[in-house]
Design a protein around this ligand. Structure first.
Ligand SMILES: C[S@@+](CC[C@H](N)C(=O)[O-])C[C@H]1O[C@@H](n2cnc3c(N)ncnc32)[C@H](O)[C@@H]1O
Length: 265
């Protein structure tokens, strides 16, 4: 699928989830708090920095960033997400519909960019890093989280018992993310991987959560329709091999967190 069409699809899938997103965003809350703490460690404090929440979604973290900073811009591809954010968040946040690959900001104009669980949707990733670097001021900070290969491995292995279609998006390895960053003028202060395991009461619970988060778009899936009842049952049976003693179904997310600083001129 051509890139622009793919982006419309991603925006539509997230947009359709704008109302249900916040109640299902357990992983997003955990990961977002980790990179908030990276910002608190910022030693070079600028007076009234311009802060962008890139891929703001429902604006949850833009709202939190607003409690510490005056100038917040929440940017997202999805107009429905931005509509939800502007109805529900601090009225002094500026909301902007735009694409990370083409940021509507001048070179060297932004102090801090925060981005929680967004750049796994950016292809090619190195171009997203280059664009973020372009708009940051020298010495400016970019904190981000993304997901890495091994995410939803239980679901992937369970589906592998049924067919070889795509059921989980393709995530990069940490070394690929690092290599993409190295094509830019960023200094890597933090770049690490950590697993986060969440429990679900059933496989349906997991599937519903992924759907309500808008994270169900699969660009390389051959069979675009819903999986048949038989396939679904076979997959959920295979998932039982991962069930814990307490009866929960675990799902592993391989979280990448990073803090990058643009080199001073
Ligand atoms: C998983 S949500 C994360 C939302 C928010 N950062 C949070 O922590 O809850 C990903 C968001 O990234 C947005 N997004 C995906 N690709 C984008 C792009 N190329 N440019 C801007 N936003 C994008 C989606 O529309 C969606 O709202």
């Amino acid at each position: 699928m051509p890139t622009e069409q793919l982006k419309v699809k991603i925006a539509d899938t997230f947009g359709a989830a704008s109302e249900s997103y916040d109640v299902s965003a357990r992983l997003q809350r955990q990961s977002g708090n980790i990179i908030l703490s990276y910002l608190q460690q910022n030693t070079a404090k600028t007076k009234n920095p311009i802060v962008v929440d890139l891929g703001t979604g429902t604006g949850y973290f833009a709202d939190i960033l607003k409690s510490d900073h005056q100038n917040i811009i929440g940017l997202d591809l999805s107009k429905s997400m931005l509509q939800y954010a502007s109805n529900n968040r601090n009225k002094d946040i500026n909301w902007l519909a735009a694409d990370i690959h083409q940021l509507p900001f001048a070179d060297n104009s932004i102090d801090i960019i925060y981005s929680n669980l967004v750049i796994q949707w950016c292809d090619p990733l190195h171009k997203a890093f280059a664009e973020i670097e372009r708009v940051l001021k020298p010495g400016g900070t970019f904190v981000f989280t993304t997901l890495l290969d091994g995410t939803l491995s239980e679901l992937k292995k369970s589906w592998a018992n049924v067919n070889d279609d795509q059921h989980v998006i393709d995530f990069k390895q940490l070394v690929d993310v690092e290599n993409d960053i190295k094509t830019t003028n960023f200094n890597i202060e933090i770049l690490k991987q950590q697993p986060i395991v969440l429990d679900y009461i059933s496989v349906k619970h997991l599937a519903n959560e992924l759907k309500s988060l808008g994270a169900s778009h699969l660009p390389n899936k051959v069979n675009k329709g819903l999986s048949g009842k038989g396939s679904w049952q076979k997959m959920t049976k295979a998932y039982q091999q991962f069930q814990s003693d307490s009866g929960c179904y675990p799902a592993t997310y391989q979280l990448c967190t990073g803090k990058l600083v643009k080199h001073k001129l």
